[in-house]
Design a protein around this ligand. Structure first.
Ligand SMILES: C[S@@+](CC[C@H](N)C(=O)[O-])C[C@H]1O[C@@H](n2cnc3c(N)ncnc32)[C@H](O)[C@@H]1O
Length: 352
């Protein structure tokens, strides 16, 4: 029996391993975030490199290089061959090489420059119920300016919107397969960010046209991404406030990672507005990292809800059962739930 394993007559073998792994989980998280920030995986896109070459290209000090790169090997984000050269794993090559359109590192970049610091305020958020991000300390009259505050500089705006592409790209690919797109001609994505989700849908369905709707300041970042993905002729941007302005009409309205940003009244208001924008036969798709109905298994969904505590005034994540009820109350029928990718689940309702 190891020194850290305790057995007694009434209890099965107990180990503190999982407690310690989670308690020190920020070590592994920060190593990956710093690797992304430094561009480790993009630098290795050209092929394997010896440690001293990689370190000098990235500006990593010789004291730290060996331990840093070998930590990434142990964490299974890098490989090291018999000559001591480092290379990407299949996953880091596919998803963390900035040169590839499949790059999802934007979400890690945002975690690194924003969330890592904001989560240090979790205990205060738990005690006060107040956000801990850039909006911390805003007066009640200024709180409407929530996203404007987060989008304080062009760099921060771009960082947030790119992060959304990172977290929604895989979900978009699966949604392209799991929804009856051939039955519809147009899609409206409300709170589209860079348009990461509709880009994946339109790439898979050539007959579709789309509109990304978001706050007006998002337009240049959306336009640049959509043009890079060669979809400017089928995917347009409309700027506005989803709570105040009429939503453009479309056969399908998507609300992705949107409902969790508001309290129950905001969630219901968005669904009612989506209902009004749809024709009869149109569908509304809501997706989020929905919590399992029993609220015990989807730890990511539950932690995402705590992230909404840190990030927003009233936002929270929710279960599919709650979402189906809100959709039904807004008038939608034939409401169903389907898992998408990773922690994301969609609920779909039809306007009959
Ligand atoms: C959490 S992001 C979700 C992005 C994207 N739908 C996804 O799933 O990755 C929320 C988006 O809603 C946009 N947004 C916030 N308030 C809005 C409003 N009042 N009207 C329209 N869009 C808004 C933000 O600019 C941001 O792009």
């Amino acid at each position: 029996m190891s020194a850290t394993t305790v057995r007694n007559a009434t209890q099965p073998t107990l180990s503190p391993d999982r407690i310690l792994q989670t308690g020190f989980g920020f070590w592994a998280a920060k190593a990956l975030l710093s690797a992304t920030e430094l561009g480790v995986f993009s630098e290795l896109a050209g092929g394997p490199l010896e440690g001293h070459v990689l370190a000098s290209r990235l500006g990593v000090h010789r004291r730290s290089a060996h331990d840093f790169f070998d930590s990434l090997v142990a964490l299974k984000f890098l490989l090291r061959d018999e000559l001591g050269r480092y290379s990407n794993t299949p996953e880091t090559s596919q998803f963390l090489d900035q040169g590839k359109p499949s790059y999802i590192g934007g979400i890690l970049e945002m975690a690194n420059v924003r969330l890592f610091e904001h989560w240090n305020g979790l205990t205060e958020a738990l005690r006060t119920g107040r956000p801990q991000n850039e909006t911390k300390g805003l007066e009640p009259t200024e709180r409407d300016e929530h996203f404007k505050t987060i989008y304080g500089t062009p760099e921060r705006l771009k960082c947030f919107l790119r992060a959304m592409t990172g977290i929604s790209m895989g979900t978009g690919r699966v949604m392209a397969e799991k929804f009856a797109w051939p039955k519809h001609k147009t899609v409206l994505d409300v709170g589209t960010a860079e348009g990461g989700l509709p880009v994946q849908i339109l790439l898979a369905h050539q007959h579709l046209r789309g509109v990304g709707f978001d706050l007006p300041e998002v337009k240049p970042v959306f336009d640049e991404y959509v043009s890079r993905m060669k979809l400017s002729d089928r995917l347009a941007f409309v700027g506005g406030d989803a709570f105040k302005d009429d939503l453009p009409e479309a056969d399908v309205v998507v609300l992705g990672h949107m409902l969790h940003g508001w309290g129950a009244a905001g969630k219901r208001a968005l669904l009612e507005r989506a209902y009004r924008a749809l024709p009869r036969g149109g569908a509304c798709i809501v997706y989020d990292a929905m919590i399992d109905d029993d609220r015990r298994d989807n730890a990511f969904g539950l932690l995402m809800s705590l992230n909404m505590l840190i990030e927003t005034e009233e936002g929270f994540d929710y279960t599919p059962a709650q979402c189906r009820q809100w959709l039904a109350d807004a008038g939608f029928r034939e409401v169903r739930t389907e898992h998408l990718a990773g922690p994301d689940t969609m609920c779909v309702g039809v306007k009959l």
